[in-house]
Design a protein around this ligand. Structure first.
Ligand code: ATP
Length: 221
């Protein structure tokens, strides 16, 4: 069961929208699943609180289902860029506070931002970049881009830093990065102390400029 139950609507039940819908529902949230295709809607009856067949570019239909009352809506309409843009526009005009939209390309992305999408995601290219980072460095577990220049990266501690403290590493002075948290097995230490010992295999959550993190990863770990 989710810690705090939220209400979501997911529009477009392709592979991406479908997995967002299923995951939110399995986490215990209320999820309204929407698609214009009847078969897709039937498929998601079992993986959502309600599943509805609606053409989401139709403003009246959207008003009728009360989409304006949802706090979070995910627009996962893929190939039909026009439908994705119109749907986002309808949602923002109805003052839905959080609208996350899957973009197909950079032009689509720019338009979505201009019309007020709160977050624009590119699942295929984002996942491709993640996999590339993981393949290129066995130390990188995962990362989040904060901007073009700054990231938060999860790095695996190697034997080089085994039994060293954060003071020994002195990463802020040497590399200009900050260790936000350390994880050992299932145990998460979210405010590591200067004399906390690092063990080989620990996960370090590091924030900083990408170039600095890269230097720390290559020289310090
Ligand atoms: P994925 O890779 O995630 O499967 P995709 O790019 O293949 O994405 P599509 O199949 O193009 O995704 O679109 C996702 C869903 O969006 C489809 O099930 C489609 O029926 C639905 N959809 C498209 N237009 C609308 C619309 N106007 N209203 C509601 N649903 C729509």
């Amino acid at each position: 069961m989710a810690k705090s139950k939220k209400q979501f609507a997911v529009i477009g039940l392709g592979r991406f929208g479908g997995s967002v819908c299923k995951e939110l529902y399995e986490m215990g949230h209320e999820v309204l699943a929407i698609d214009k295709d009847e078969d897709r809607v039937s498929e998601y009856v079992a993986y959502s609180t309600h599943a509805m067949q609606v053409d989401t570019t139709d403003e009246n239909a959207m008003k009728q289902i009360g989409i304006g009352n949802f706090e979070h809506v995910v627009v996962a309409i893929g190939d039909n860029i026009q439908a994705s843009i119109l749907t986002t526009l309808v949602l923002k005009e109805m003052n839905v506070p959080t609208v996350w939209v899957k973009a197909q390309n950079n032009y689509h992305h720019k338009v979505l931002e201009k019309i007020g999408a709160d977050l624009v995601v590119h699942p295929e290219s984002d996942m491709g970049r993640r996999i590339a980072h993981n393949l290129a460095s066995e130390k990188v577990i995962d990362f989040i881009d904060l901007s073009d220049e700054y990231s938060i990266v999860e790095l695996r501690a190697t034997g080089k830093v085994d039994q060293k403290t954060l003071v020994d590493l002195n990463v802020r002075a040497k590399y200009g990065v900050t260790i936000l948290a350390m994880k050992r097995g299932e145990e998460m230490n979210i405010s590591p102390m200067p004399d906390d010992l690092i063990h080989q295999g620990d996960m370090l959550v590091v924030m900083g400029h990408k170039l600095d993190i890269n230097r720390f990863e290559n020289e310090g770990l």
